[in-house]
Design a protein around this ligand. Structure first.
Ligand code: NAP
Ligand code: NAG
Ligand code: NAG
Length: 347
């Protein structure tokens, strides 16, 4: 070894330390700092993911007559947010297009809550793709007026039916995705946040996605762009209102079982909405897997999503993940088209 080093003329450490002590010290210091930083970061990610709990929901008025507003609550993840926030003692306003599933949810919430834990629930139907429908927005505004809103969950979202190149996508679909995932979130948050500032208490949860927050997503470009908006919006807004008692977070999410993901079977990496929402609500304001990854306001609370987010950041070779995502999306598209073909033949 020593002979190889001397033929290559790379000095050994002891030679370096005697001939050039300042440089040797510098190299050891840099190495030591990197190792310590890595170890500490890993330790904190593991602690936040598996040990520590987040802020108590009481901070936002749970059990004290405060309301939670949940969009996209008619099914999937949003429905779970509504059920679990009610269970924690919030009154809830649920919103989506499907009035009949919202009505079922409202009666379910009111039937489940009893005695001291009795909560109210109400439904407001909204089509968040219709920004210009003044009547529905005025109605929402008057339904929310006067409520002590402690929590806002911006969960309603639209994605692609299946991955597709941008140039081949329908303009209407692309514009609806932007309107629902961005414009309506901005409008609703702007409607609700003044009350939170006045009461000096509030929690705003924005539903992010690995597409856009963790990795660029070819063939879901518009969807990914809207989720990147939510990540940047959340980080900036969070710092503005931090001292006003309001927490804002963008929940970075890998796949969850739902109609949107079209995944029906849960696995270690793909939870049911119930387990997913339980992790979000028990880890409020803890970055978890997103800790120290230079994305303020982003949290990755579900354990396996957090570990994945963390490992992707450690590897740091983002382009490899982008290429992988692209080939995955080509494959999903191929299978979706084949399925549509089979269904067309059946009819
Ligand atoms: N599932 C995943 O793998 C995954 C991964 C990352 C992020 N996310 C995000 O998580 C959130 C919830 O997704 P999910 O998987 O629970 O999807 P989902 O089961 O398809 O539910 C979407 C919800 O949004 C509502 N919605 C859709 N378009 C709407 C519109 N124009 N106006 C009002 N409400 C509308 C739907 O209700 P109506 O049809 O009744 O309107 C439904 O309640 C989304 O923001 C999504 O981007 C999901
Ligand atoms: C998917 O949508 C159907 C019809 O709207 C609904 O009955 C079902 O519960 C949904 N599945 C999930 C996992 O939310
Ligand atoms: C609303 O949801 C119910 C129950 O999931 C479903 O059967 C119905 O088709 C939905 N209605 C619309 C308009 O999507």
């Amino acid at each position: 070894m020593a002979t190889i080093l001397s033929t290559l003329q790379i000095p050994t450490y002891s030679a370096l330390a005697t001939q050039c002590p300042t440089l040797a010290f510098f190299l050891v210091a840099v190495g030591g700092f990197s190792v310590a930083r890595f170890a500490l970061k890993t330790l904190f990610v593991l602690l936040q993911t598996f040990v520590v709990s987040g802020n108590s929901l009481k901070k936002y008025g749970a059990g004290k007559g405060a309301w939670a507003v949940v969009t996209g609550a008619s099914e999937g993840i949003g429905r779970e947010y509504a059920l679990q926030l009610a269970q924690k003692g919030f009154n809830v306003v649920v919103s989506a297009r499907n009035a009949s599933s919202l009505a079922t949810l409202v009666s379910e919430i009111e039937a489940k809550s009893t005695g001291d834990r009795k909560v109210q629930a109400k439904a407001v139907t909204m089509d968040f793709s219709k920004l210009d429908d003044a009547a529905q927005w005025n109605n929402l505004h008057s339904e929310l007026a006067g409520l002590d809103i402690g929590v806002l969950v911006n969960n309603a979202g639209k994605s692609y039916t299946y991955p597709e190149d941008f140039h081949a996508s329908a303009r209407k679909d692309m514009e609806d995705i932007v309107t629902i995932n961005i414009n309506s979130v901005v409008r609703l948050t702007h409607m609700i946040i003044p009350g939170m500032v006045e009461r000096k208490r509030g929690l705003i949860i924005n539903m992010g996605s690995f597409s856009g927050v963790s990795v660029a997503s070819p063939m879901l470009s518009t969807y990914a762009g809207t989720k990147a908006f939510l990540s940047s919006f959340s980080g900036s807004l969070a710092e503005e209102v931090r001292k006003k008692g309001i927490d804002v977070e963008c929940v970075n999410t890998y796949f969850v079982v739902s109609n949107m993901s079209k995944i029906r079977r849960a696995s270690a990496l793909i939870p049911q909405p119930k387990a997913f929402v339980r992790s979000v609500l028990s880890k409020i304001a803890l970055p978890g897997g997103a800790l120290w990854t230079n994305r303020p306001g982003v949290v990755t609370p579900f354990w396996s999503h957090g570990l994945l987010d963390y490992v992707m950041n450690v590897i740091g070779w983002n382009m490899a993940f982008v290429r992988y995502t692209h080939s995955l999306h080509k494959d999903i598209r191929r299978r979706a088209l084949r399925k549509l073909e089979r269904e067309a033949k059946k009819q």
